[in-house]
Design a protein around this ligand. Structure first.
Ligand code: CA
Length: 224
């Protein structure tokens, strides 16, 4: 082997080592970052309707829209499993934030829901599910969230004052809360509904229950 070739090889070996060390350092550094709990940027759900234990180790936020058919489907397919497996067992606190991607009807539904939440917090979740139940399976794009429909739904809730709810809808009395939700939607970078955020991390496919379970289990592990 001539000398020139020999020194070129040496340089190549040294360079490879340098790259290997750099890759190792970056891997350790990024792993460490992932493991730091302070890295988790939880969504501030102060003033949002929430289910489960306040101090549950894992926080889940659903960004949803009463007018969105996928949100209705998520509420029927995934949500009941979440309630049974994690919310009722004290592992997860679940909150809902309104998204207004479907315009006026989304806004009206959100204003009404915020009004129920303000005046009758105990009736909120039943009203929330009743509103989704009222979403037509076919032609969900057609007009269906109207003040009349909402008043018809709450006629099944004796504790809700229909006159006050009607006034709240007419005067958009809870618009401030709805705007607060819009701010959260922007901050979290929500681009579709439903969006499910677990301990600050957006789940790629909200219908992938295994991925949801994995994220929850990871969150439980990080707490211990
Ligand atoms: Ca809200």
């Amino acid at each position: 082997m001539n000398q020139k070739k020999n020194s070129t090889m040496k340089i190549a070996v040294v360079l490879t080592l340098v790259v290997a060390v750099l890759v190792a350092v970056i891997a350790v550094f990024s792993n460490k970052q992932e493991a730091l709990p302070s890295d988790i940027k939880q969504i501030d759900v102060t003033g949002q309707p929430s289910l489960g234990e306040q101090d549950a180790p894992v926080k889940i936020v659903e960004f949803g829209d009463f007018k969105c058919p996928a949100c209705k489907a998520w509420g029927e397919m995934i949500y009941p499993k979440l309630v049974a497996d994690y919310i009722e067992t004290g592992k997860v606190q679940f909150s809902f934030v309104n998204v207004l991607f479907h315009g006026k009807e989304s806004t009206l539904g959100s204003i009404a829901a915020e009004s129920v939440f303000e005046r009758n917090p105990d009736a909120y979740w039943s009203f929330h599910h009743a509103l989704f139940d009222a979403q037509p399976v076919e032609n969900h794009d057609g007009l269906w969230i109207t003040p009349e429909k909402i008043l018809e739904i709450v006629s099944g809730f004796p504790e809700i004052d229909q006159v006050l709810l009607k006034e709240d809808m007419e005067q958009q009395a809870t618009m401030e809360s709805v705007k607060k939700d819009e701010d959260l939607v922007r901050e979290a970078g929500v681009a579709m509904t439903p969006s499910i955020v677990i301990n600050g991390e957006m789940i790629e496919d909200p219908f992938d229950y295994e991925a949801i379970q994995a994220a929850i289990e990871q969150g439980l592990k990080d707490k211990n």
